[in-house]
Design a protein around this ligand. Structure first.
Ligand code: GSH
Length: 285
């Protein structure tokens, strides 16, 4: 499907976070992306370093709020048929982009599948991000909480979060590809699931929850063969390589205040050794 949009601006923090899947989709669709980057800055409060977001809150947010009262990060801004759109809420952005780029199912039944899968991937992601932004009193507490995340996301009972996706893929008709969540082609929830799995991959490897695991077999060894195949296939998709090879893919998953996924080494942001050199705009034509 050819889009009537010739350029999209996407605003988000200097992290992957809730902005990554939309960035991927725009690049995958071959539409020029202006990735506007806002950075949180360290500030001392009660003897502790906290991070504040005035680069966003006291700047672009003020003007954008006049155009959309719900404005938040991530947001999309673009012209379509000479009309300006400013959209926020990550799943709304992904739904819009999916429909615009022909990546939101081929039938109304598939569209409903996409919508459910987007919500489900939010549930899966929130288990690990809640943990990532929690500050633990000591290592023991952290490891206990990490184990809880592992159980909640990876347990095989019907309550586990990831088994839902494994079963979803498994129950697809035999004539449909198991490399995509919906039908036989890529759709919005694939991007969201990929980014979430990428974060879980780091989590599993760091806490060593899966013995002998490496980058490309961690989900398989954890007992999720279809998820493993989905993940490994997705990151090799030719149209995704522009993203994988860009600075956007190198950004940390979480923001600087997070204990997990925020540092350049993939663990915790450390102001003593880490510097945020991300430019204010990353343009991918
Ligand atoms: N439901 C929203 C949540 C958005 C949100 O919480 N954004 C965070 C970053 S993940 C933020 O810092 N927003 C900036 C703001 O509140 O203006 C979404 O899915 O986009």
């Amino acid at each position: 499907m050819s889009s009537k949009i010739n350029k999209v601006t996407l605003g988000y923090w200097s992290t992957k976070g809730l902005g990554a899947a939309s960035r991927q989709m725009i690049i995958y669709a071959g539409i020029p992306l202006v990735a506007k980057i806002y950075k949180v800055l360290p500030k001392e409060e009660n003897g502790e370093v906290i991070y504040e977001g005035s680069s966003w809150h006291d700047n672009d947010k003020i003007e954008l709020k006049k155009k959309n009262s719900l404005i938040n990060l991530p947001y999309l801004q673009f012209l379509k048929d000479d009309e300006e759109y400013v959209i926020s809420h990550s799943n709304t952005c992904l739904t819009f982009l999916g429909k615009e780029f022909g990546m939101f199912g081929q039938t109304s039944k598939e569209q409903i599948e996409c919508e459910q899968l987007l919500q489900e991937s939010v549930d899966l992601r929130s288990v690990v991000t809640k943990f990532a932004y929690t500050h633990f009193l000591n290592k023991e507490e952290e490891l206990f909480a990490a184990k809880e995340v592992f159980i909640s996301a990876f347990e095989k009972s019907n309550s586990g979060k990831l088994q839902k996706f494994e079963h979803w893929l498994n129950s697809k008709d035999n004539n449909l590809s198991k490399n995509f969540l919906v039908g036989n082609s890529i759709s919005s929830p694939d991007f969201n699931l990929f980014d979430t799995l990428d974060l879980y991959k780091n989590f599993l490897l760091y806490y060593n929850f899966v013995e002998g695991a490496e980058d490309n077999n961690v989900f398989n060894l954890a007992g999720y063969p279809l998820i493993s195949e989905f993940f490994n296939n997705f990151r090799l998709l030719p149209k995704l390589q522009k993203y994988i090879n860009s600075e956007l893919y190198k950004l940390p998953f979480t923001n600087k205040g997070a204990k997990f996924g925020s540092g350049k080494n993939g663990i915790t942001w450390d102001p003593a050794i880490d510097t945020d050199t991300t430019p204010e705009e990353i343009i991918i034509e």
